[in-house]
Every structure is written in structure tokens, then in C-alpha cells.
Design a protein around this ligand. Structure first.
Ligand code: KG4
Ligand code: ZN
Length: 333
């Protein structure tokens, strides 16, 4: 069995999966509440909490899988991108475990981990496919040809989708993380109540730009409040969500049609968004394109996706030296 460790942001996560991608345990300890009072993730606070949680989370995963450290054959860990101090905690724990038991260790690109969430049974999807990867740090369209990696077709020029959700949510007092809160509130709202911009919707590329949309929504709220006018927060949440979803669905479908791809998959925390899942499925059906999304729990950061990405690299004989450093900034590809 393979142990997957993930500590790139504010989730401390450990999972055990088999080489076939069956999940034996997938434990995620979210620090969201800890960071909520700051309105976002505070890197130093995250690192310290990872340090407290990383081994208990591994122990809990072993307990759930009814296994011991002696049963772990290989270790996969997120090397980047992410917060450097947070990454360092998971990487150091993984190195210590691998060294003490002489196990192969492999570093994983967090983004590859999100894509690999699709390779987990029972709903495993086989490449080739087009992947919309939308999370708190990234919004990308990926060309996935095999399980070993991906190529980037387009990405956000400014804010990531999750970041836009979080910032608008914080502004209207919905707390952190904002995506799930907006998703819930929007269910009672009218998506056509207010008309917000759809940036780059008609541009002939696969890039996204969401900071202008976020600013437009914030400015709109400020102006309403300044004029003493009321508005329905549910309508606002639904209209903002609809604008983000519109852009992501349109760009993804255009890329799939241009490239004659039959399968589109969603990955990353924003792929848990109910409206995005619904709209993408509808638009895919209308075009004869299969749309697949992992269960919401596998969309947000977890250890199973890291283990799934690690398997392929280990099979190719890749190993990490024990002095490997975190790679905070770039996708490892
Ligand atoms: O993939 P993830 O767990 O962490 C990163 O790698 O960034 O994604 C977290 C992001 C947050 O911005 C969060 O607000 C967003 O995913 N998110 C959602 C939903 N669930 C999580 N956004 C919209 N709707 C959701 N249901
Ligand atoms: Zn992530």
C-alpha cells in the first residue's frame, strides 16, 4: 500500500491506497476554522498546525485502514506548489517515514494530484481527457494524455476561481472558505438577478481572468450600500456564481470542441461547486461530450490524490533523494 501526504495549504491530509487506486483511508484535517478569523490562510499559523497534526493524521489513516507502518510500501508527498513552510512539514514527515523504513519516496506536483483524483476507484477515468482544474490557487485547462502528467492549454491571468469565490464571500461576510458558503447561499437565489461581467468569455484563447469580475461584484455591493439600497444576498451569490460558472463552462467546452476531445473532467476544490457540476454536465450532454467529476470530497485537497499521482511516478522508477526541498512556486508538470 502507498501512503500519500498533503500539507501544501490549510489541509493536513494522509491517505492509504492500494496500487490499483482503491482508497483504504483518506483522512483530511481542515484548518479552515483556525484561519477563519483572519479571513484567509495565514502561512505561519498553517505550518505550526501541520506540525501538530501530521503524525496524528497518519496514525488515524493507519487505524482506519487497519494497518501499521510496517504495511506501508511506498510514500508519496506533495512537493509543491504551495506555502513553503506548510510543504516543508509534510515533506519532512514523509522523508522521516521513508528513511526509517527504507521505503521509496516520491515527490508529487499538487496539480498532478488534483488530476489524479480522477484515477481513484471506483470511478477511475482513463486519459486522454481535457481537465478544468479550478482551485484556490489555480484555474487551468489541461490536456491530459496519460497518467504521468499533463500539458497546460490555458490558465488564469490573475485570480484563481476559488480565490475569487473566497474574496467575494469575505467581502459580504460569509466567512472562509467562501466557495462552499456561496454555493449554499446561491441555491436560494436567482442566477439572473444581477448582470455581472464575463471576462474573456469571447476571446479566442483558453485563458481566464477573474479579478475584474470579483472587483465588479465588490464595487456593485459598495455602491448599493452607499445609496442605501437593499439587495438579496442569495441573488447576489447566485448571480456572481453564475458569471464564474459561465466563463469556465464556455472556455472548457470550446477547448473540448476545438481539440475534438470526448471527455471533460473537473478537478480542484471549485469542482465541488454544485452549479459548475450541473452546468458542465448539461452543456457536455448537449454536445455529446462526457463530463466527469470526482466526488466533492476528492475535489478538495486530500492525501489519496497525492498517492494516486505518486503511483505512476514510482512505477517509472522515480525516487526522491532525502535532501529534496519544497518547490513553493511552480507546477512541477
Ligand atoms: O483544491 P483546494 O482544496 O485547495 C487548493 O489547492 O487551492 O481548493 C480550495 C478552494 C477554495 O478557494 C474554496 O473556496 C473552493 O476551493 N471551493 C469551492 C467549493 N468548495 C471548495 N468553490 C466553489 N464552490 C464550492 N462548493
Ligand atoms: Zn489543491
Amino acid at each position: 500500500m502507498i501512503l500519500g501526504l498533503e500539507t501544501s495549504c490549510d489541509e493536513t491530509a494522509a491517505a492509504l491506497i492500494t496500487s490499483d487506486g482503491d482508497i483504504l483511508a483518506n483522512i483530511v484535517s481542515s484548518q479552515a476554522e483556525l484561519h477563519a478569523r483572519f479571513g484567509g490562510v495565514v502561512p505561519e499559523v498553517a505550518s505550526r498546525r501541520h506540525l501538530e497534526l501530521v503524525m496524528p493524521v497518519v496514525q488515524e489513516a493507519l487505524g482506519e485502514a487497519d494497518a501499521s507502518l510496517g504495511d506501508v510500501e511506498r510514500v508519496a508527498v506533495t512537493q509543491g506548489p504551495g506555502l513553503v513552510g506548510a510543504l516543508l512539514v509534510g515533506l519532512s514527515a514523509a522523508k522521516a517515514l521513508a528513511w526509517s523504513r527504507r521505503l521509496p519516496l516520491v515527490p508529487v506536483d499538487h496539480l498532478h494530484g488534483h488530476v489524479a483524483s480522477l484515477y481513484l476507484e471506483p470511478d477511475a477515468v482513463e486519459p486522454p481527457f481535457l481537465c478544468l482544474l479550478a482551485s484556490g490557487g489555480h484555474t487551468m485547462l489541461l490536456d491530459v494524455r496519460d497518467r504521468a502528467g499533463f500539458a497546460v492549454l490555458g490558465e488564469t491571468l490573475d485570480d484563481a476561481a476559488g480565490e475569487a469565490f473566497d474574496k467575494v464571500a469575505r467581502f459580504i461576510g460569509l466567512g472562509f472558505p467562501g466557495g462552499p458558503a456561496i454555493d449554499r447561499l446561491a441555491k436560494d437565489g436567482n442566477p439572473n438577478a444581477y448582470d455581472f461581467p464575463r471576462p474573456l468569455l469571447r476571446e479566442d484563447n483558453y485563458d481566464f481572468s477573474l479579478s475584474g469580475l470579483k472587483t465588479a461584484v465588490i464595487r456593485w455591493v459598495r455602491e448599493r450600500v452607499a445609496r442605501g439600497e437593499e439587495f438579496d444576498p442569495a441573488d447576489l451569490a447566485a448571480s456572481f456564481q453564475e458569471a464564474i460558472v459561465d466563463v469556465q463552462v464556455a472556455k472548457t467546452m470550446r477547448a473540448a470542441e476545438d481539440r475534438k476531445v470526448g471527455t471533460v473532467v473537473l478537478a480542484g476544490g471549485v469542482a465541488a461547486n454544485s452549479r459548475l457540476r450541473e452546468r458542465m454536465a448539461e452543456e457536455g450532454k448537449a454536445r455529446g461530450i462526457e463530463v466527469v467529476a470526482p466526488s466533492p470530497a476528492l475535489c478538495t485537497d486530500n492525501g489519496a490524490m497525492i498517492a494516486a499521482a505518486g503511483i505512476r511516478r514510482l512505477e517509472r522508477g522515480e525516487r526522491t533523494p532525502l535532501d529534496a526541498a519544497p518547490v513553493p512556486g511552480l507546477s512541477l508538470g
